[in-house]
Design a protein around this ligand. Structure first.
Ligand code: NAP
Length: 410
């Protein structure tokens, strides 16, 4: 692969994808994007922890910096150069920091573009409680969900035109021929949700539930109002369970009608209307496990769920396609804290743990999680946790150093 400006490292080997499986060498080259704002704080801190964890399990990660956001603009005159997308295609796995997206104008979200261009169709975000992290819940340990958010469709895909544009006018005219009246001064956004994208997302969620001994998969939708998009998401979700996983799944209805409330090791497929789901997660927390939902619901639900266990500083995420993954925290670039060595790198570090799991380095992933937990439990914390419970206040770098130290003691 020829790059315009990037120089891949000479050491290390490429991760390959053969017959639907990742082949991971002991010294993989892994591209990283520092990102904007606090990316420059959390990414270098996280890479240190991940390198130390790799070493601990007899591996070596050869980091390869690639560019997006402000840093890319300075180098290439483009916020998301082809080089960057090609490097992810070529090396299959990348870890990134957050990227800033202007509101109400300017360029389109780089995150959305990366997810769509590389067809990283599932945004997977586990949310669970870490001891020592302050939470607004009485029993935060009951939170243990994995959110599977569809990543390529919905109003979130960015198919939209501003008020007064030619495209908006044409669509308004066209809609009037269908008997639909839309005010002339409207901006227009389109919400596509397909059977193909829904089924591959729900398929991945059910497979995850099977492989990780989870109890249920809940389809979260607003199908009572948006029947042919969100309602169809629900129907296609049940269909994929019935058609492809009949031997290991039952619906919630069957659970009560046929099985007397005993799932007997089968995964229960249920569905909830999105607004209800928010309160369910608060009031009946332990009843929820794997959640699968369209893009916009998933966006809201991820931050909400992260808030239940202590906020954005600790919530990791991943964008998964077939044999390809880009790992990133749920949080954004928090520009007001950029470069202050202040924010919590836990979300970025735990995104790296998800990357380890995806690479099949499960023991390394466990060690990273354990070392983070030990650090927080010992009271060594960044400002976001310190402001609620006090303790030994440290900066981003120092927190990561403490995690490395704990890792080495394991
Ligand atoms: P944000 O950057 O996530 O920050 C919101 C607040 O969350 C911060 O002010 C801070 O709260 C807390 N926070 C975030 N990261 C933290 C960390 N590592 N440690 C401790 N606290 C943390 O959200 P935003 O201000 O709405 O968005 C800023 C920019 O990021 C926007 O341009 C947005 O589009 C972009 N964004 C990018 C991504 C991505 O790259 N995937 C995701 C989301 C948003 P306190 O102020 O209470 O301390």
């Amino acid at each position: 692969m020829e790059f315009e400006m990037l120089k891949p490292p000479e050491e290390g080997r490429k991760i390959e994808y053969v017959d639907g499986r990742l082949i991971v060498p002991d010294n993989p080259v892994i591209p990283f994007i520092e990102g904007d704002g606090i990316g420059r704080d959390v990414v270098p801190a996280a890479l240190k922890v991940l390198s130390a964890a790799a070493e601990k399990i007899g591996k070596e990660i050869v980091w390869f910096e690639i560019y997006a956001g402000e840093k890319a603009y300075k180098l290439y005159g483009s916020y998301l150069p082809e080089d960057t997308l090609n490097a992810i295609r070529e090396y299959r796995i990348a870890i990134k920091g957050p990227l800033t997206t202007p509101v109400g104008g300017g360029y389109r979200s780089l995150n959305v573009t990366i997810r769509q261009t590389l067809d990283l169709y599932a945004c997977v975000r586990p949310v669970y409680y870490i001891e020592g992290v302050p939470s607004p819940l009485k029993n935060p340990e009951k939170v243990n969900v994995v959110i599977f958010r569809e990543n390529t469709e919905d109003v979130y895909a960015g198919i939209e035109w501003p008020r007064g544009s030619e495209e908006a006018k044409k669509l308004i005219e066209f809609l009037s021929t269908l008997g639909v009246k839309v005010r002339e001064d409207s901006g227009i956004g389109i919400k596509p949700i397909s059977e193909f994208a829904t089924k591959r997302l729900v398929r991945l969620a059910i497979r995850y539930a099977i492989e990780n001994g989870r109890k249920s998969v809940t389809l979260v939708h607003k199908g009572n109002i948006m029947k042919y998009t969100e309602g169809a998401f629900r129907d296609w979700g049940y269909e994929v369970a019935r058609e492809e996983f009949a031997d290991v799944t039952i619906t919630e209805e069957e659970l009560w009608e046929k099985y007397d409330g005993k799932a007997d090791g089968k995964i229960v497929i249920k569905d909830r209307i999105a607004d209800n789901m928010f309160q369910q997660l608060l009031t009946r927390t332990a009843e929820y496990d794997v959640l699968a939902m369209p893009n916009l619901n998933g966006d809201y639900m991820s931050d909400f769920a992260a808030g239940l266990v202590g906020g954005l500083g600790i919530a990791p995420g991943s964008n998964i396609g077939d044999g390809m993954g880009v790992f990133e925290p749920v949080h954004g670039s928090a520009p007001k804290y950029a470069g202050q060595n202040k924010v919590n790198p836990t979300a970025e570090i735990l995104s790296g743990a998800l990357m380890f799991e995806y690479l099949g380095w499960k023991d390394g992933a466990e060690m990273i999680k354990k070392a983070v937990e030990m650090t927080i439990k010992s009271g060594t914390v960044t400002y976001d946790i310190h402001r609620h419970v006090g303790g030994n206040l440290v900066g981003t770098r120092e927190f990561a150093e403490a995690v490395v130290e704990n890792l080495q003691s394991l």
